[in-house]
Design a protein around this ligand. Sequence first.
Ligand code: ARG
Length: 585
Amino acid sequence: MNSIAQQLKTRFEKAFTAAFGESYSGTDPMLAPAGNPKFGDFQCNAAMSLGKKLGKPPRAIASTIVENLDIADICETPEIAGPGFINLKLKPAYLEAQVRAIAIDPRLGISQTEAPQRIAIDFSSPNIAKEMHVGHLRSTIIGDAIARILEFQGHDVLRINHIGDWGTQFGMLIAYLREVHPEALTTADALDLGDLVAFYRQAKQRFDTDETFKETARQEVVKLQAGAEDTRRAWKLLCDQSRREFQVIYDLLDIKLTERGESFYNPLLPAVVEDLTNLGLLVESDGAKCVFVDGFTNKEGEPLPLIVQKTDGGYNYATTDLAAVRYRIKEDGAKRLIYVTDSGQSNHFAQVFAVARKANWIPEDVEIVHVPFGLVLGEDGKKSKTRSGDTVRLQDLLDEAIVRARKDLEERLVTEERHETEEFIANVSHVVGLSAVKYADLSQNRASNYVFSYDKMLALQGNTAPYMLYAYVRVQGIRRKGEINFDNLDAGAKVILQSDAELVLAKHLLQLNEVVNAVGGDLLPNRICQYLFELSQKFNQFFEQCPVLQSEEPLRTSRLILCDLTARTLKLGLGLLGIQVLERM
Ligand code: ARG
């Protein structure tokens, strides 16, 4: 379904043709939401620039546009204001019909894309033998939301987990474990990830201080790359171990990913270097093979190379990413490549993309973007750490959210003198706790750092998951109280928009399509949060001002339709963010 703005745009384009001739049919009506609701809902700002072009006063242009504008079914008579703004006020009858139409649409008016694409989105992507940290949590939550939105638009989305499962660190780790914990290399589950992380740290220390150990570690890498059986088996065991622990988090957060780690691209790396050589793009610098692209410099202002093969012949993180770019375009057939990582990697991606472009590996019709996000900070405004200075374990962080949600709930049950089963309490705490974490992350503009605060994210008021969930629950309360079956509301019933609160709510409900599709473009899920937050507020105002169950027909059914539509919008919108709703809380 076309959004209101879209429908208006079409009418304006017709008016431009009628008024100024065919060559003006494509003129942008420059529609914007009205600056002040007193003047209506939208304003058209095109008369000013058209006036300049046509050498006529903008107000005269505005009158000519209005004379040619056939819009009576949508708006009241347009009014011209100031230098030549055209103010538009939507007719209640039009809004009523629009609301009716989205209410019977399972997609609630969100259009399906006309040009479905295959989209590869690279997100989460933790590293083996290292704990998943809050940065990966952000990537996981944001990436999943973006994937859900694109899927809902009708795209074919590949959710790729680019796990760090290859490289020199394995040589180090395997060499060290051979010494101190050989059974870990032959038996599954001899260690847990916590131990593995500790061993990794110790191995790194040995590597940095002990030359003989360094050499042994190097040989393990060579053996791994050559496919030596016992080293490979050890490597696989370590990967499985980490994988299982990552899966716990993914299950908790309901995240689907296809693992395609760095090791997957290993066989494709020599060809990357070879092709860059044949293209004449490789430069040897201190024995390393590099590509220089314009615009990349180090702190001293000297040209910064992208190293694709080190002096010892080993490949880099960047080489793997170049291979991955090629694979996703050529083998996967992706037309849009999205990478969700912290903004600390912005330069890395910019440089990889620039090299791939220079090598002509990115066709014109392929879009490649890095979707950066800021840091997670503790309430003291510093990078979040535990008291002992370690990074916070994700599992602990999520468990804590559930525990705190439970505490809040139990307190509320006491005040409200309610008795609920353990099953109810456990489920509500689980959903509220995890939703709160996801929502707190998604509701910020991802580019900024955000302060992680359990108190804020679990608050029942404000732009939080509990506030949104509560609005949904409120509608379900109405349903239960009135013994309403929303699916059986009179199919022919009219939506009646009389009071201001109804009109405001209806107009907001009608914006869902536009918001979701905009996010499909700019990949800023916080705009959906903002939309849902405002929806909840507008619904609450409506609910305070307009009796629902107490009102007479046909108003009663009309208001029930608004309630149900609000609830379904919340459910769908939160669903796009990976957040589930509750019937009661
Ligand atoms: N494993 C990396 C990290 O933890 C993130 C990988 C992102 N994806 C990529 N294709 N480079 O920082």
